[in-house]
Design a protein around this ligand. Structure first.
Ligand SMILES: C[S@@+](CC[C@H](N)C(=O)[O-])C[C@H]1O[C@@H](n2cnc3c(N)ncnc32)[C@H](O)[C@@H]1O
Length: 452
């Protein structure tokens, strides 16, 4: 990375803001971006011993960028590739709310799923995450990443922020990782420089205000709004929050940051936020602020129409053996598909579905075909699979890659029936072992096309 040409107006503003730090800021953009991942807390990974991201328990820096596409563990959801600064969400949550409580959490602008998978690792099993993305094609990628992460307490939706207007006082936490002018990504993605303009940054600022305004009623009194962007533009950060402070009764939550992390506090009147600069932190540009809603909010009355239907008793009895804690789940069926939801959140999910556009919910368990049950791919990747029910076949890298490319695989001496395929202890999906062959059940739409 070298010789980035910053837009003139950006350079002028940053020079004024950073003063003597400007040269260091520019120099940081001549270095390559640190590579970081966040480990799944319940799956295995050989990358666990890499250097830890100081503000995120499962965050790890890698010495260089490997080919993630050719690492089967990545496809099994053993880790998520995520920029380190944005993992600071963990501190924002841990320092502002009791994460052992059963919470309703909304990630409003969630695709491709970095913050949502992180949230699922942090909240309790009794909590519910609504992971929403307004752009349809991006919502599909989000659903894929959520399935790979394998938690059952999540609902993926494809709604506009204003659809949350009717879900008054429902959420304990709302994360708005707002679409922004992306100045903090200039190093990692120089294309962001070409897309930047004064007009676009100003449009982003107005859109962010509209998003916060639309989603605000859905936050409970005393609930937490975590607002973040990957930009330095004050109009999209502290100025927007200053506007919020003028409009609503709120309180900013101060976070403890270790001096050595290099994070800068931004203060404007009563507004406080935290800014990450690539010359000071080991990560990209980022802004985050944590706000408590102080004004009164009516709480949503959970009246659901109970549209979701249960599968037959016979199906439930069979599937009870497929999952680890069947007593904590409710199975529901839509056409041939049976999926599981956390029992205590089912009414809330039914209520939410009256207002939001459903994409994916809970964990897909099985397809009912005549009187047979065929395990769903999501179940293989999920943390609720009962590991004793199906055979698991551990394979080496070449076979794992053949499997992920959906090619024919040849494994000798395995029992007939459905079995999961695992690489370094992480399940990748299902195979069906029949007489003389093995059916590769990897989803066609997810197969990898890269050969090396
Ligand atoms: C910064 S990205 C989110 C990244 C994501 N939170 C993560 O950690 O992986 C912002 C998201 O906002 C979505 N978005 C775009 N326009 C929006 C709007 N008007 N309201 C809400 N979200 C919007 C984008 O599609 C994009 O997925």
């Amino acid at each position: 990375m070298s010789n980035l040409n910053f837009p003139g107006a950006f350079e002028k503003r940053m020079l004024y803001r950073l003063g003597s730090e400007w040269d260091n800021f520019k120099r940081a953009h001549e270095q390559s971006s640190p590579v970081s991942i966040r480990l799944h807390p319940l799956k295995k990974s050989s990358l666990i011993n890499s250097e830890q991201v100081p503000w995120a328990e499962q965050g790890r820096y890698l010495p260089e960028r490997p080919s993630f596409t050719l690492d089967p563990s990545f496809h099994g959801g053993a880790y998520y590739v995520q920029e380190a600064s944005s993992m600071f969400l963990e501190q924002a949550l841990k320092q502002s709310i009791d994460l052992s409580a059963p919470l309703n959490v909304l990630d409003l602008s969630a695709a491709p799923g970095g913050k949502s998978t992180h949230l699922l690792s942090l909240i309790s099993n009794e909590s519910l995450l609504v992971s929403n993305e307004v752009i349809r094609s991006r919502a599909a990628i989000l659903a894929e990443n959520i399935q790979k992460w394998g938690y059952v307490n999540c609902l993926v939706t494809n709604s506009d922020p204003k659809d949350f207007n009717n879900i008054e006082g429902f959420f304990d936490v709302i994360v708005v990782d707002a679409p922004c002018s992306g100045e903090g990504l200039f190093r990692k993605d120089p294309q962001a420089i070409n897309e930047w303009s004064v007009e676009n940054a100003s449009l982003c600022s107005s859109r962010q205000k509209r998003i916060i305004h639309d989603v605000w009623p859905a936050l409970k009194t005393d609930g937490i709004l975590i607002y973040c962007t990957c930009t330095y533009n004050p109009d999209e950060n502290e100025e927007n929050l200053y506007w919020l402070q003028q409009e609503k009764e709120i309180e900013f939550i101060e976070l403890n940051t270790n001096f050595s992390w290099g994070i800068e506090k931004v203060v404007k009147d009563k507004v406080s936020g935290y800014q990450f600069y690539p010359n000071k932190v080991k990560g990209e540009g980022f802004f985050i602020s944590v706000i408590r809603k102080k004004e009164y909010s009516e709480s949503a009355t959970i009246k659901s129409k109970k549209k979701l239907v249960a599968p037959s008793k016979r199906v439930i009895e069979s599937l009870n053996a497929w999952v680890s804690h069947p007593e904590k789940l409710l199975f529901k069926q839509h056409n041939e598909l049976v999926f599981a939801l956390r029992a205590e959140k089912t009414d809330e999910i039914e209520f939410l579905l009256q207002h939001l556009k459903f994409v994916y919910g809970g964990t897909n368990i099985a397809t009912v075909k005549h009187d047979k049950l065929i395990p769903e791919h999501s179940l293989a990747l999920s943390i609720i699979l009962n590991p004793d029910t199906f055979n698991s076949i551990e394979v080496e890298l070449p076979v794992a890659l053949q499997y992920l490319r959906k090619e024919t695989i040849d494994i000798k001496d395995v029992e007939k029936g459905f079995a999961s395929l695992a690489y370094e202890g992480t399940r990748l999906g299902w195979v069906n072992v029949i007489q003389n062959r093995i059916n590769n059940m990897y989803p066609s739409e997810w197969r990898i096309r890269m050969t090396r």
